[in-house]
Design a protein around this ligand. Structure first.
Ligand code: ADP
Ligand code: MG
Length: 396
């Protein structure tokens, strides 16, 4: 049911979250949801998307259902929400990590109307038994976080995400749908809206320009390792991330840096999970300056003072590049982003895709062509990146 949209929102913002002011589009977004409209939110990482669904969930009748792929982060978010109330039941998550008993408890709280916010993994939402439960729950709205997962053109496609609309229809409540993402090119945005059946949604776009980041492409020569050592030595004591495409390159480069007296650690999905967690913590706690990693590193990591991000290899897509470089300078301080480019690397990536379907190969080809065009262009990189996200950047 739509709410009175003149309601004072600063009071609950302060009371529940302790903030004095909204950031960017937050207030407009929240009012739009309260008014009962479908809402599409494009906001860079760190912009404050969670608040856009958390705050209205507390004000509206019923339970807001948040669909998120990040099981590891659900618990943190639920714990944070639970601090606002005395009742643990105010926020819950449902995913494959819960025991049967825990699932039963969550369902009971949902049906009793205690729960304002429920996080679900897409594969949990789409289970038939859960659809039945949701039919008996009063739902205030749906929020689809990390909505780029819907699109094959995004950098993190998840097939289950494409079934969300069907399930929402099966549950059969006429409530607003919100989609939120940090990385949507115009193509991805259209794809998301079409798939979620929200072509008429109100769209809120924040600028993707990160004025404190400096972007540079260097030709990758056989001396690239030495060049990296030299760069790090010129920035002593600074935190940095170096991305490589393969695990073996991660190991090799981390080793080489250590031999050159740089406090570096490797990170990739092939490492023992204890080692992985320790290396990540050491980096966050500044026991190491540099982390050499595959793209497995970074999702949900918030180290504000990362001063450089180096791409040893060009990533598969410009969206991925934007995400990864975006981990530099979160505190609005300096962030230097250097990518070492060799066209041969991209052709290698294209070859890897030949086992995929023809349609998927086409997607890979196009994403790689966009990356090559960025790397080989002679115009301003910032302009090029922003154009890719559908923005005009006019300053010199
Ligand atoms: P996103 O999902 O867009 O990456 P988050 O929702 O994780 O961003 O929020 C990023 C950070 O900004 C969090 O630490 C959050 O507490 C903070 N934040 C959100 N809204 C506000 C606000 N209005 N004022 C101050 N800090 C905020
Ligand atoms: Mg988020």
């Amino acid at each position: 049911m739509p709410m009175n949209t003149d309601v004072n929102l600063h009071e609950p913002l302060k009371k529940y979250f302790g903030f004095d002011a909204f950031k960017g589009n937050q207030e407009a977004v929240i009012r739009n949801v309260l008014a009962g409209h479908d809402t599409f939110v494009l906001m860079p990482t760190g912009g404050g998307k969670s608040l856009c669904y958390q705050l209205p969930s507390l004000l509206m009748e019923g339970t807001a259902v948040v669909i998120s792929p990040l099981i590891a982060l659900m618990k943190n978010q639920v714990d944070a929400m639970r601090n606002f109330g005395t009742d643990m039941g105010i926020a819950h998550f449902l995913n494959s990590s819960l025991t049967k008993q825990q699932v039963a408890d969550v369902k009971q709280d949902l049906l009793s109307g205690k729960t304002k916010l429920l996080y679900v993994a897409p594969e949990t939402l789409t289970k038939e038994e859960n659809v039945k439960i949701f039919q008996d729950v009063q739902i205030s709205f749906y929020a689809i976080d990390e909505a780029h997962c819907i699109s094959e053109w995004g950098h993190d496609f998840r097939p289950e995400y494409r079934r969300i609309r069907t399930i929402i229809d099966q549950i059969g409540k006429k409530v607003p749908v919100m989609a939120l993402t940090a990385t949507a090119t115009p193509k991805v945005q259209k794809d998301i809206q079409k798939n979620l059946g929200m072509d008429k949604a109100d769209v809120y776009i924040s600028s993707f320009n990160r004025a404190n980041l400096y972007y540079e492409i260097r030709e990758k020569t056989k001396d690239v390792d030495k060049e990296i050592v030299k760069f790090i030595k010129n920035h002593p004591g600074k935190s940095g991330i170096i991305y490589c495409l393969s695990r073996s390159k991660v190991e090799e480069l981390a080793e080489f840096l250590v031999q050159n007296d740089i406090r570096a650690l490797p990170y990739h999905a092939g490492l023992d999970s204890q080692v992985r967690v320790k290396n990540q913590d050491d980096f966050l706690m500044e026991k190491a300056d540099v982390i050499v990693a595959t793209i497995a590193f970074g999702m949900g990591i918030d180290k504000p003072d990362v001063r450089f991000v180096i791409h040893y290899d060009m990533p598969k897509s410009l969206e991925g590049y934007y995400q990864e470089t975006g981990r530099a300078g979160r505190d609005d301080g300096e962030g230097i982003c250097i990518a070492f480019y060799d066209n041969k690397d991209l052709r290698k990536l294209e070859k890897f895709s030949t086992k995929k379907s023809v349609a998927e190969q086409e997607v890979v080809k196009q994403l790689l062509a966009e990356t090559a065009s960025y790397a080989e262009s002679t115009s301003c990189r910032r302009k090029h990146l922003l154009h890719y996200f559908g923005e005009d950047y006019t300053e010199e």
